[in-house]
Every structure is written in structure tokens, then in C-alpha cells.
Write a protein that binds this ligand. Structure first.
Ligand SMILES: [Zn+2]
Length: 255
């Protein structure tokens, strides 16, 4: 799970502003090192896009990019294509056309170039799992509708904003006819709701070296376990509240 990739260290140029969002953004030169490392770590042809209508995941690697920042169009799309790869771009539809975000034309262009496009909710709520069922349904329904209109196909992919997944979030996505929902839980297990696959992801943040991307893509245990342990610690810390959570978050950033 990536977010934005920026040129010249201009972290505010793409995606959501502020340091909280910027820690998920990579510099272009770093991102290219990550892609090189992935390429060296996985078999040729391993990088793919998902086909949820087949109701099964193929044993491949999916590269995903959250938020719908302008960097999806440039440089991310071209950098992937130069390697013969395609990505998954999850769009916050209320941000389409705003400064730092993709336009409708750019989204359509990425889709026509073979990238997978999905919803990242309409408004990117701070705590998705805290919404009422009616609010959740509206987030998915509106977002999916806007993207389906732009692409003139049924958009059936999504990722959960902020990583706040709950069963209710999944059920709501499923009711909105989303067939594959990506979370931020670092797991290779896939849950199957009746009509929707719920798929974990491993996050890449600024400061994590290319060995992390390569390690996740090659399913290396030492990398996956480390993120899983941090994820669990983070959840405990979140429950304990403020200071503990920030400490764990800082520890993650220093990795
Ligand atoms: Zn997001």
C-alpha cells in the first residue's frame, strides 16, 4: 500500500496536505528504488491487477495507491508502465479535480492504460468505522457512482480510508456492490463476505527502505511479521489513548 510519489521532495504537491499525510508519501527517486527492488524479488509476471468477479485471488502481487493524489497520473502511472506493470488507484471522489488530486480525465486515462480504479470513499472520513450504517452506505454509494460515471463501467474495487475497517464497513461496501475491499491490516489472509473479498495490505511509509517493498512483495516472513506486530501494538496503544499511540507511531516511522 502506497500513497503519493512526489518530485523534488515537494510533499504538498500531491494528495492530502500536512505531515500526517506526508509520512505516507515517497520521493520519486526512492519510489524507483522500491520498484527496482520489487522487480528483483518477484518472478516475472507476478505484478498484476485483481479480477474480483472471478471471486478468487490469484497468487500475485498487487500494488495499490490510496487517496487519488495527482501523482498517480504523474509520475506513478508511467513508472509502473515502464516496467510493464499496472497499479490499483483508490480515489477519494470528493477530491476529484481539486488542487493536488486527479481530474476526471486523468482517472479515465489511467483506466484506459490498464490500471485498476477503485473507490477510497467519497469524503475520506477520519474514522470510517465510527460512521453510522446510513453514512457508510452513502460514502460507498456516492463514490462508486461517480467513478462508474467517469469510467462508464461498474467500479467494483475499493480501499478503506485511514485503515479503519470493521465488519460493518465491509458489509456496507458489499451492499454497494463492491467486490474487493482492501484494508490496512497487514495480513495475507483474505476474508470472504458473501459478495466481497476483504484483502489485507502492507503499508509503505517514507523512511522505509526498498527492502521493505521487496520483502512484502516476496512474502518474506521477517518483514510481514514485523509489520503485523507493530499493527497489533498500535491497536493496543490506540485503545490506551494519545501518548502511547504517538510513541508507537514514532517508532514505526523510525524503522
Ligand atoms: Zn487515504
Amino acid at each position: 500500500m502506497y500513497h503519493d510519489v512526489v518530485e523534488n521532495g515537494e510533499f504538498e504537491s500531491s494528495g492530502f496536505p500536512g505531515e500526517g499525510a506526508n509520512v505516507y508519501k515517497l520521493r520519486r527517486e526512492d519510489f524507483e528504488r522500491h520498484l527496482d527492488a520489487i522487480q528483483a524479488a518477484v518472478p516475472k509476471g507476478a505484478i498484476a491487477t485483481i479480477s474480483p468477479e472471478q471471486q478468487a485471488i490469484r497468487p500475485e502481487v498487487y500494488l495499490t495507491f490510496d487517496d487519488g493524489g495527482a501523482s498517480a497520473f504523474h509520475p506513478i502511472g508511467g513508472l509502473l508502465e515502464a516496467r510493464g506493470w499496472r497499479g490499483h488507484f483508490f480515489i477519494t471522489t470528493d477530491c476529484i479535480g481539486k488542487p493536488g488530486f486527479l481530474s476526471a480525465d486523468q482517472i479515465r486515462d489511467l483506466y484506459l492504460r490498464g490500471h485498476a480504479i477503485g473507490s477510497h470513499s467519497h469524503t475520506h472520513p477520519v474514522r470510517m468505522a465510527a460512521l453510522s450504517r446510513t453514512e457508510l452506505d452513502e460514502e460507498w454509494r456516492r463514490s462508486r457512482g461517480i467513478l462508474s460515471d467517469i469510467l462508464r463501467v461498474d467500479v467494483n474495487l475499493a480501499s478503506v480510508p485511514g485503515g479503519y475497517y470493521s465488519l460493518e464497513v465491509g458489509k456496507s461496501a458489499e451492499a454497494a456492490r463492491i467486490q474487493a475491499l482492501f484494508t490496512s491490516e497487514p495480513t495475507m489472509e483474505v476474508d470472504v463476505l458473501s459478495g466481497c473479498l476483504v484483502i489485507g495490505r502492507y503499508v509503505i511509509q517514507r523512511g522505509m527502505g526498498p527492502e521493505w517493498s521487496a520483502g512484502f512483495a516476496a512474502r518474506r516472513r521477517q518483514f510481514r511479521w514485523r509489520q503485523t506486530l507493530l499493527w497489533k501494538a498500535k491497536h493496543v496503544a490506540k485503545r490506551l489513548g494519545g501518548a502511547g499511540y504517538l510513541k508507537v507511531r514514532q517508532a514505526m516511522l523510525e524503522k
